[in-house]
Design a protein around this ligand. Structure first.
Ligand code: NAD
Length: 341
C-alpha cells in the first residue's frame, strides 16, 4: 500500500483525491491546504489527516511514499525541492514549473537524490488522444502534414485568482496550451520554430480573459496551429490532423457522449473546468494509476519529466514570440537530454 500525502485541496487536489480513493493499492494519509475546510472535505471516507501546512504534515506523518503536488504553479518548485528527502516519489501537476530553468532545476535535484518525478500531462491519458497516437503510429492517415488544435473555456476560478496573475500561472499559454504542446510533441517530435499571438497581457489579466494562437513548425516538417481560449463558456477541446492519406478529426463539443448542465444549481465542484466523460474511466484516474504502477513495478512513465520540460520550452518560445512579434527558433543542446523523441 503506497502512502500518499496530497498538497493542495483545490480543483486538482479534489480530482486527485477522488482518484486515490478509488485505487486499491494507495492510502491517502494526509491532505495539506491553507484552507482547512477544503482539506477536511476531501478527507471524508479516508484515514487521511488534515494539515494546514506542509511542515506540520511531514513532522506528524512518517513513511510517506509519494508526495502529490496540486498547488498553484508558482509553488511547484518550492514544494518539489522540499519533498526531496521526505518521499522517494513526487507527482506534480502540470506545468512542472514557471520556466525552463525552474523545471531543469527540479529534474536535476530529483535525479541527484534518486527521487522519481512524475508530471500530470493528462492529455496523454485521454482515450481519444491515445487512439489518435496509435492511428498515427499505424500510418492510418499517411504522412501527417498540417494540424489544428483547440482548447479552452471560461477563465479559471481559483484560490486568490492566482490564474489571473501572470507571474504565478504563466497565463493561458503556459497553463493551458501546454497540454497541446506536450501532445503534439509526443506525436510529431521536436519543435523547430514557434510563432504566437495573444491578447495583451495587461488586458487579459485585468479582465480575466485570455486568448492565444500559436503556430508550431516541427523538425519533421509538420505544421501545427494551436488555439487556446479563456474567453469562451463551456470547456471543449479538439484536434484535426491532415495527412497524405486522410484526416483525423476530434472535437469534444461535438462528440461528448453525454452532457450534464443543471441550470440554477450552485457550482460546488471544480472551479477550473476539468473535462470528463461520465461513461469512461477518468483520464486523471488512469494517469495516477499509471504513475503508481510505475512506482510499484519500477516502470518508465509514458510521459517523463523531460517531456514536461520540453513542453515548457515550447510555451516559453510562444510567450517570447508574443512579446517580440517574431518567430522563435528553439535551441537544442542542454534540453535534448533525457527521453528524446
Ligand atoms: N491537469 C489538468 O488538467 C489541470 C487542470 C487544472 C489545474 N491544473 C494545475 O493544477 C495546479 C493546481 O491548480 P488548481 O486549479 O487546483 O488550483 P486551486 O486554486 O483550485 O487550488 C490550489 C489550492 O492550494 C492551496 N494552497 C495555496 N498555497 C498553499 C500552501 N502554501 N500550502 C498549502 N496549501 C496551499 C489553496 O488554498 C487552494 O485550495 C496548477 O499547477 C494548475 O496548473 C491542472
Amino acid at each position: 500500500m503506497l502512502k500518499v500525502l496530497l498538497l493542495g485541496a483545490g480543483t486538482m487536489g479534489s480530482v486527485h483525491a477522488r482518484a486515490y480513493k478509488s485505487l486499491g493499492n494507495v492510502e491517502l494519509i494526509g491532505i495539506v491546504d491553507r484552507q482547512e475546510a477544503k482539506a477536511g472535505k476531501l478527507s471524508a471516507n479516508t484515514s487521511a489527516k488534515v494539515f494546514t501546512s506542509y511542515e506540520e504534515a511531514v513532522a506528524k506523518l512518517n513513511a510517506i511514499d509519494v508526495i502529490d503536488i496540486c498547488l498553484p504553479t508558482h509553488l511547484h518548485k518550492e514544494y518539489v525541492m522540499k519533498s526531496i528527502g521526505i518521499a522517494r516519489n513526487i507527482i506534480c501537476e502540470k506545468p512542472l514549473g514557471l520556466n525552463v530553468t525552474e523545471a531543469g532545476d527540479m529534474i536535476a535535484a530529483c535525479e541527484k537524490n534518486n527521487v522519481r518525478l512524475f508530471v500530470g500531462h493528462v492529455v496523454r491519458f485521454f482515450p481519444e488522444y491515445k487512439r489518435i497516437q496509435s492511428l498515427l503510429k499505424k500510418g492510418s492517415i499517411g504522412t501527417p502534414a498540417v494540424v489544428r488544435t483547440t482548447r479552452g473555456g471560461a477563465f479559471p476560478r481559483a484560490w486568490k485568482n492566482w490564474y489571473g496573475d501572470f507571474e504565478k500561472s504563466g497565463g493561458l499559454i503556459l497553463d493551458l496550451l501546454i497540454h497541446d504542446f506536450d501532445f503534439l510533441r509526443a506525436c510529431f517530435g521536436n519543435v523547430e520554430r514557434v510563432y504566437a499571438k495573444k491578447l495583451n497581457r495587461e488586458d487579459a489579466v485585468g479582465e480575466n480573459i485570455d486568448y492565444a494562437l500559436v503556430t508550431i513548425r516541427f523538425h519533421s516538417g509538420v505544421i501545427a496551429h494551436a488555439e487556446g481560449t479563456w474567453a469562451h463558456q463551456g470547456f471543449s477541446y479538439g484536434i484535426e490532423i491532415a495527412g497524405t492519406k486522410g484526416i483525423i478529426d476530434y472535437n469534444s463539443a461535438k462528440n461528448a457522449p453525454l452532457k450534464h448542465r443543471s441550470k440554477g444549481k450552485k457550482m460546488d465542484g471544480a472551479a477550473v473546468e476539468v473535462p470528463e466523460s461520465p461513461l469512461a474511466s477518468s483520464p486523471y484516474r488512469d494517469e495516477l494509476k499509471h504513475f503508481i504502477d510505475c512506482i510499484v513495478n519500477g516502470k518508465d512513465p509514458v510521459v517523463t519529466a523531460y517531456d514536461a520540460l520540453h513542453a515548457i520550452e515550447i510555451a516559453m518560445a510562444a510567450l517570447t514570440s508574443c512579446e517580440t512579434g517574431q518567430p522563435v527558433t528553439l535551441s537544442t543542446g542542454e534540453l535534448t537530454r533525457g527521453n528524446e523523441i
